[in-house]
Design a binder for this molecule. Structure first.
Ligand SMILES: NC(=O)c1ccc[n+]([C@@H]2O[C@H](COP(=O)([O-])OP(=O)(O)OC[C@H]3O[C@@H](n4cnc5c(N)ncnc54)[C@H](OP(=O)(O)O)[C@@H]3O)[C@@H](O)[C@H]2O)c1
Length: 257
């Protein structure tokens, strides 16, 4: 019943990958979907495909996002836009850190700040945060990526506390690897090369699996809050333990890698 209670959704990062699949699914469920990303031509493709309303905006532009939301009553917010970086802190420049914090965390906080009061007043709303297994496990990805996703896990929990007493739901969806162009964007390589490297021959969740999870969470009865969905490839397992032995300058690693 919950879909019937909602009218307008805002999906960030809707120009591709999971965001596009989520936007298309919410359109199919009868919502008016406001699709936000920077790439105007990809948003136009999405509009042609499902009728989503395009907004070619940088999600880190708080002024533009505030102006967009001034006249919109958003019932469903999907904080999906995200960026990641290769390497570690040892190889980062200042922009690597700032962009991940700005897109993955700061923008999501501002969007939540802007839509939550209306949801509380109308006594209906749903915020879906697309985080990552990087928020729950340390697997040696970029430290700022891990940090922002862990922060968004906390934001998801805290939003529940802030919304206490009203029918406003919060769902964190924490994926492992999902077949999108994210690795092409991370490594600045051709999508076909990224596909060969990260997806060909693997049994990978698709963007439709993430849209299924979003549909499940929103479609649950309004009195049910699905708080956290961890969605990993069956053949991907986080964990393991490594121990290093130092022999002079040599580092000998033992244990699971
Ligand atoms: N794919 C995976 O394996 C995986 C695993 C775990 C978590 N995730 C998370 O899932 C979410 C979606 O990832 P994906 O795989 O679909 O990635 P993707 O294919 O790289 O898409 C990222 C989306 O974010 C948008 N975006 C990036 N910077 C933006 C900005 N400054 N302003 C507005 N939009 C911006 C991009 O649109 P524009 O470039 O048009 O702005 C694009 O639509 C992200 O939060 C990611 O961290 C992905």
């Amino acid at each position: 019943m919950a879909f019937a209670d909602y009218r307008n959704a805002l999906v960030t990062g809707a120009s591709g990958g999971m965001g596009r699949a989520i936007a298309e699914r919410l359109c199919a469920k009868g919502l008016t979907v406001h699709a936000l990303a920077r790439n105007a031509s990809k948003l136009a493709e999405l509009q042609a495909a499902c009728g989503a309303v395009p907004h070619a905006i940088d999600v880190t532009d708080t002024g533009a996002v505030t102006a967009l939301l001034a006249d919109l009553e958003i019932d469903v917010l999907v904080n999906n836009a995200g960026v990641s970086r290769p390497g570690s802190l040892l190889t980062s420049d200042a922009f690597d850190i700032d962009e991940q914090i700005d897109v993955n965390l700061r923008a999501a906080l501002h969007l939540s700040r802007l839509v939550l009061p209306g949801m509380m007043q109308r006594d209906r709303g749903h915020i879906v945060n697309i985080t990552s297994m990087a928020g729950h496990y340390e697997f040696g990805g970029h430290i700022a990526y891990h940090a922002t996703k862990a922060a968004m896990h906390t934001v998801s929990r805290q939003l529940r506390v802030d919304a206490f007493g009203r029918r406003v739901r919060v769902t964190e969806i924490s994926p492992g690897r999902v077949e999108t162009d994210i690795f092409a964007h991370v490594e600045k390589i051709d999508p076909a090369e990224a596909k060969r490297k990260y997806f060909d021959g693997f049994e990978m969740p698709q963007t439709s699996d993430i849209a299924d999870a979003v549909e499940y969470a929103i479609g649950a009865p309004q009195y049910v809050n699905i708080g956290l969905i961890e969605l990993l490839p069956t053949l991907q397992v986080p964990g393991g333990l490594r121990t290093a032995k130092r022999v002079g300058d040599d580092v000998i690693l033992t244990g699971n890698k």
